[in-house]
Design a protein around this ligand. Structure first.
Ligand code: SF4
Ligand code: SF4
Length: 156
């Protein structure tokens, strides 16, 4: 299907993960945007963009930051603040920059972009882990209530 740029019905707002590229009732993939169209990541002058925090940047409607791109995730990481030691391992290793950390404090998961790859849970060093994978539809409070106990070292 060929789509003209002016036909794209963009639902613009400034909230992360709320935009959806759509035309009529269907969704428009990146491969359907008119060839040769310049898609800018930010609105206006982006010269100083690296010095701004992610949530302070003026994203354009075409930036994936403003779109939900995690609809096919089947398992999700759940974060347990009570156990986390803020080592930042998960933040470093997440391949999708979906760990939200500010001032070296782990704050949580960006579920609009997380793909459920499990890397963050694998690299979490605490006992028990501070990030565990659950079914996508598991309620967060229920997941936290199922958290395992600390494993004791076996005596030799
Ligand atoms: S599951 Fe994968 S994509 Fe999601 S936060 Fe963890 S490392 Fe990142
Ligand atoms: S890897 Fe685990 S302990 Fe380290 S910051 Fe992430 S959740 Fe916290």
């Amino acid at each position: 299907m060929s789509v003209k740029l002016q036909d794209l019905n963009l639902c613009a707002n400034d909230k992360r993960g709320k935009n959806q590229l759509g035309i009529g009732t269907g969704l428009v993939g990146w491969d359907e945007v008119t060839q040769g169209t310049v898609l800018t990541s930010f609105e206006g002058d982006a010269t100083d963009i690296v010095s701004k925090k992610a949530e302070e940047r003026a994203y354009s409607d075409f930036n994936s930051y403003t779109a939900t791109v995690a609809s096919w995730r089947v398992i999700k990481p759940v974060f347990n603040r009570d156990i986390c030691i803020d080592c930042q391992n998960c933040w470093v290793w997440c391949p999708d920059t979906s760990i939200i950390s500010r001032d070296k404090q782990m704050l949580g998961i960006d579920y609009d972009h997380c793909k459920g790859c499990e890397v963050c849970s694998e690299v979490c060093p605490t006992n028990p882990k501070s990030l565990l994978m659950f079914n996508e539809h598991e309620d967060l409070e229920v997941a936290l209530s199922k958290w395992p106990e600390k494993k004791k070292k076996e005596k030799k």
